[in-house]
Design a binder for this molecule. Structure first.
Ligand SMILES: Cc1cc2nc3c(=O)[nH]c(=O)nc-3n(C[C@H](O)[C@H](O)[C@H](O)COP(=O)(O)O)c2cc1C
Length: 176
């Protein structure tokens, strides 16, 4: 059986993106899912002086190992001021110092959710532009607007959006 990792680009205890990543990964057929939490990979704020003085912290290596040992990635990015959340950008920066091709050619379902109407499209587009230059194999994307209206009790309740997500999951599934 294939192993996938699912996680949010967020450190919120109540992350809506973690909810979406967890739900989307539950729709993937015949896989073992590990839901990761960036809070379990705490890292100092990246800085070249810190890296030169102390090297790359273990948690960055541990996170990369989780990516590399998986068969696929389900990622939902939080959008902060039109960009990656600080915690995601930080781990991304640290891990990119170990290996710039950090996504390791793994199939990736890339998503974003927000409470507002744009559904995190800015951060989604940013990642869609950058990740493939770091060996991401983005099979499909999904943007979830108005999270609190469309998602309840661990599930997407809007039928159209749920069908759209289903198609994205199916493309991901085929690539595993
Ligand atoms: C500093 C900050 C900036 C934000 N900027 C945006 C934004 O640019 N676009 C957006 O749709 N939501 C924005 N939000 C709202 C987030 O989408 C919302 O907090 C969401 O719950 C974040 O995802 P998470 O729950 O997975 O952490 C912002 C929130 C914070 C705290």
């Amino acid at each position: 059986m294939k192993n996938i990792v699912a996680f949010a680009g967020s450190n919120s205890k109540n992350s809506i993106n973690k909810d979406l990543a967890t739900y989307a990964s539950s729709l993937v057929n015949d896989v073992r899912v590990s839901v990761l939490d960036l809070n379990d990979f705490e890292l100092p704020i990246y800085g070249i002086d810190l890296e030169n003085a102390h090297g790359i912290p273990d948690n960055a290596h541990k996170f990369l190992e989780r990516i590399k040992s998986s068969d696929g990635i389900v990622l939902s990015l939080a959008e902060h001021n039109g960009a990656y959340s600080t915690v995601f950008k930080n781990i991304f920066d640290w891990v990119s110092r170990i290996e710039s091709n950090l996504w390791s050619d793994k199939p990736m379902l890339l998503m974003a959710a927000s409470p507002g109407g744009r559904g995190g499209l800015s951060v989604l587009e940013m990642a869609q532009g950058k990740f493939p230059r770091m060996s991401a194999n983005i099979t499909s994307t999904f943007s979830l607007p108005f999270f609190h209206k469309n998602f309840s009790k661990g599930k997407l309740i809007d039928e159209n959006l749920n069908n759209q997500l289903g198609r994205s999951v199916s493309e991901f599934n085929k690539a595993l």
